[in-house]
Design a protein around this ligand. Structure first.
Ligand code: PMP
Length: 357
């Protein structure tokens, strides 16, 4: 090791899913298979590029107000960032500064561990039970903060709001972050609890239900007090996190509630239909309330199936890590993409059964 390397902050980075540039059936990073609202396309086409000479609004006023309107909260309860990854990272930096460990599930969004390591935050993973459910009592112990996604990723399991509230209620001396990247496909959001719990932060994204992963917009909704702390951290880091195009397009997307709801409906219908197809092929999966399914097959190795799918231009996500080594996470695509997936799986399962491979 070079002498100067002793003082370098070393981290094991998060590994994002592959983003192949050729045309494949992409069911590996939980993007939305449909385009964003046509109002977004229109706003982009009509954007005044002369405006790009100037810095964007550091307070992101128009987007913050549009979100406040949509969720029936005050604009001082909204914070926006460059995707929810940016918002979550800022939350870790701002709110998790205790010497006590923060808690999150052992099987969850792997970025939590990366941010904890990056910011030197002690953490302790709480084990999901045998059915991959959150054990809420595990979060009643003393801690330095709590974060979990609902629905959880990669399991897709949604915990009812009562259980979420129990965890928040038991942790009023620390900050509790509920990462709701997938909640639009699930059920009630914890946003309705924000008025009652000053220590709660709900984080959501435009990447999934609003089909804008490429635009990078995320947001947090919380008490004005916590939003002020988040803004202080942001302005100490980078005043202009959100670019002009994202601010304009974000507003248009939020305003188009009808398109948003139709899009969710299409994906939920495809998901429910896909569950039946997976079942017929002998797959087992956890009850999904997200835009993906976490599935395993008792007779086929997940790693081998992952490779076979990839060779055939179908990308899904596979980790091969402890407790989930036999699981694949499969994003819900369009009906046509899913038909192609099932066409391949039917052949794969059939061929293997007759010993032809
Ligand atoms: N939280 C969870 C649970 C996720 O799965 C993702 C997507 N990878 C994110 C947050 C971040 O999404 P984005 O930064 O695109 O908003």
């Amino acid at each position: 090791m070079r002498e100067y390397e002793r003082n370098i902050r070393k981290v094991e980075p998060y590994v994002p899913g592959e983003q192949p540039q050729n045309k494949v059936i992409k069911l590996n990073t939980n993007e939305n298979p449909y385009p964003p609202s046509p109002k977004v396309a229109k706003a982009l086409a009509e954007m005044d590029t002369d405006r790009l000479r100037l810095y964007p609004d550091p307070a992101c006023t128009a987007l913050t107000e549009a979100l406040a309107d949509f969720y029936h909260v005050n604009p001082d309860q909204v914070f926006v960032g460059v995707g929810s990854d940016d918002v979550l990272s800022m939350c870790f930096l701002t709110f998790f500064n205790s010497k006590k460990p923060i808690f999150f599930p052992d099987i969850t969004y792997s970025f939590y561990k990366v941010w904890a390591e990056l910011y030197r935050i002690p953490y302790e993973c709480q084990k999901l039970d045998g059915d991959f459910r959150l054990v809420k009592e595990d979060y009643y112990k003393e801690n330095g903060g709590v974060i979990f996604p609902n629905p959880n990723a990669p399991t897709a399991i949604y915990e009812e709001l009562d259980a979420v509230e129990d965890i928040i209620r038991a942790n009023q001396d620390v900050i509790v972050i509920v990462d709701e990247a997938y909640v639009d496909f699930a059920g009630r959001s914890a946003i309705e609890l924000v008025g009652r719990y000053e220590n709660l932060i709900v984080v959501q994204t435009f990447s999934k239900a609003r089909s804008m992963a490429g635009m990078r917009i995320g947001y947090a909704i919380a008490s004005p007090r916590l939003i002020r702390y988040l803004n202080d951290a942001k302005y100490s880091f980078n005043s202009y996190t959100m670019n002009q195009a994202a601010l304009i397009c974000g507003v248009e997307a939020v305003k188009d509630r009808e398109y948003f709801e139709e899009g969710i409906h299409k994906i939920v219908m495809t998901r429910e239909w896909a569950k039946g197809r997976f079942e017929k092929l002998g797959f087992r999966f956890l009850e999904s309330n997200a835009n993906f399914i976490f599935a395993t097959h008792p007779e086929y190795d997940a790693g081998e199936l992952f490779e076979a799918l990839k060779e055939n231009g179908i990308y899904v996500r596979y980790w091969g890590s402890e407790r989930i080594e036999q699981y694949l996470r499969i994003t819900i695509g369009t009906r046509e993409e899913m038909e192609t997936l099932f066409g391949f799986l039917e052949k794969y399962v059939g061929r293997r059964k007759t010993g032809q491979c």
